[in-house]
Design a protein around this ligand. Sequence first.
Ligand code: ADP
Length: 213
Amino acid sequence: MNIILFGPPGSGKGTQSARLVKQEGFFQLSTGDLLRAEVKAGSALGLSVKKILESGAYVPDAVMISLVKSCLESQVGRSVIFDGFPRTTEQAIALDDLLKELGAPIGRAVFLKVPGSELLKRLTGRRVCTQCGAVYHVDSKPSRSEGVCDVCGGNCIQRPDDKEQVIAQRLQVYEAHTAPLLDFYRRKGLLSEINGTGSESDIFDEIKKVLRA
Ligand code: ADP
């Protein structure tokens, strides 16, 4: 079954996706990770989106849709978690069309609900390993040694878009363009809203419950 995990920046999509990959065998299609990998590799696409990512704006729909299409074509037959896509109504419609062609529709759209004040705390304190992608938080989940990843010894940094001025912009863009997708999936009868505060494992249990219902 294909699922969409969505919610505001900092709602825990990446964290919960990683658990779903590990325990339930999903393939995680994270458009944010795909874009950051392009930037890191210095590809033409990476160069063209670097500034957009740093500013907290969205990459144009046509670029995102073609990126997702080529990624999906290499994963035919697998259950996919869409993490960070779709983010606009145009992307949602394109995804429906793509999945119709592939004969593998969306089974559930899981929305992680987290209040704004909590999002700000999570995002400003977030640190990520540039090597393996492990995620830390300076207060709630610090690495054993500051700036060094517990898992691989890599360098832990603050994402450029996790700086306070950019976060405000990301939250605004989310409200304007992505929040309307709640209604889009509610009308299709696919929406499940989950409380995204609490322990990572409690939230994961809630997601599993919804997927098994
Ligand atoms: P978060 O959910 O924490 O904001 P992501 O890692 O999912 O972070 O995305 C980081 C950035 O990548 C976004 O702010 C945006 O610039 C770009 N991006 C990712 N996915 C999309 C998308 N589907 N459409 C447009 N831009 C995207």
